[in-house]
Design a binder for this molecule. Structure first.
Ligand code: SF4
Length: 385
């Protein structure tokens, strides 16, 4: 593969390229240098090269739906715009009929339901088993990706079960995989400031490791732009990489920035668009053992997501249909994007759109019958007398 000029001319990127070629892995120090490298273009070019070496110009998406089970939560993470107290007028907890009612209008065109929610004060594992088994009964073709690590911990406590037994019960009821939410930053001093009471960073990794050992694949995430340092972000990436070396069940890494408003975390170190792109690129370069890096359009928007496709991301999530967590926090990303529009967005970024299933095991190239819109403008040559 041709090495882009911007990489050739830059020492940090060149040093990283050499390490990737010789040992396939970057160090903590190299990760920090990439975060500070004044040449963003070198970092994104290197990440794009690594992405293309693995996936060529393919970019993946799926047809999915987000359905939140409840917004009632016993915790109050400082960045969270979604949770409500049990007596709040907008608090809700879906029963089986309400849950299925949200899925039915989408059921013929989706193959994944993504369900996460608050830590409900009275629900146990049984409530979720009921939701999932009924979903599978009615729509056996739908993959259930549900419950973050902290929800698994909460349900295990509420149900007096071990983490492993909780996961097994849910899996028997139809749970297929776990999303990665709740990782925030895997440094406990940061977690104490932004999400006191949530699972510790060790617990997050242990719960994902337990899922992997049961054959349940998971995603992992990073919420950045709150109060963490650059070193904290690289530590986060390395902790995920170490876990993946041990349990090898992470499918996809999803980095996304904190979306601010006037009330939550006023001291947040907000991420700019360039920083979001850099974070996606550095994630691709540091996480050599996690196959997919997602540009999460629900959070960063379609414009930044389409740019990220050329900076190391190979996935833009899905059609989504309904989403509350990012939209409560201020996201304006469209919820009516069709499969064809997703494909057009990917094509417009110079990539080939591939529709995938949840486990990245079934793929379909999306061919668009696009009329040729290339226009060659006439050159007007002034008459010289
Ligand atoms: S992030 Fe999750 S655990 Fe924290 S308050 Fe929001 S819903 Fe509850």
């Amino acid at each position: 593969m041709e090495i882009p000029l911007s990489v050739k001319s830059n020492n940090v990127a060149l040093d990283c390229l050499n390490s990737l070629i010789s040992i396939g892995r970057l160090t903590f120090e190299q990760g920090v240098k990439l975060m500070h490298d004044p040449s963003l273009n070198s970092v994104t070019s290197l990440a794009d090269m690594v992405k293309r070496a693995r996936f060529n110009d393919y970019v993946f998406f799926n047809e999915n739906l987000h359905v939140n089970s409840t917004n009632v939560c016993v915790l109050a993470c400082r960045f969270c715009a979604f949770r409500k107290g049990p007596r709040h007028p907008d608090a809700y907890s879906l029963n089986v009929d309400q849950y299925l009612e949200r899925i039915r209008p989408f059921s013929s065109r989706i193959d994944e339901v993504h369900t996460v929610g608050g830590l409900h004060p009275t629900w146990t594992v049984s409530e979720y088993c009921e939701l999932f088994s009924n979903l599978k009964n009615e729509f056996p073709h739908i993959h259930i990706k549900a419950l973050t690590a902290v929800e698994i911990k909460h349900l295990s406590k509420r149900s007096s079960l071990s983490i492993s037994d909780t996961l097994s019960r849910l899996s028997e009821a139809g749970l297929n995989s776990l999303p990665g939410g709740g990782a925030e930053i895997l440094v406990d001093s940061v977690r104490d400031r932004i999400c006191m009471g949530k699972e510790s960073s060790d617990e997050y990794l242990e719960i994902h490791g337990a899922a992997h050992s049961l054959g349940i694949s998971t995603n992992c995430t990073m919420l950045f732009g709150t109060v963490e340092s650059v070193d904290d972000r690289i530590t986060h990436l390395l902790r995920l990489r170490e876990q993946q070396d041990t349990s090898f069940g992470f499918q996809c890494f999803v980095p996304y920035p904190f979306l601010p408003d006037k009330s939550r975390l006023p001291e947040a170190q907000l991420a700019s668009g360039q920083e979001v792109i850099r974070m996606i690129s550095v994630s691709r370069l540091m996480l050599d053992n996690i196959p997919h890096i997602k540009a999460y359009r629900m959070n960063i928007g379609d414009k930044l997501a389409s740019y990220a496709i050329n900076c190391g991301a190979d996935d833009v999530d899905g059609t989504v249909g309904h989403e509350e967590i990012m939209h409560e926090a201020g996201s304006k990303t469209s919820l009516t994007t069709s499969s064809e529009q997703m494909a057009r967005m990917i094509v417009s970024s110079g990539a080939t759109p591939i529709k995938r299933n949840s486990s990245y095991s079934v793929f379909e190239i999306v061919n668009l019958s696009e009329p040729n819109r290339t226009r060659i403008l006439p050159v007007i040559v002034p008459e010289v007398s």
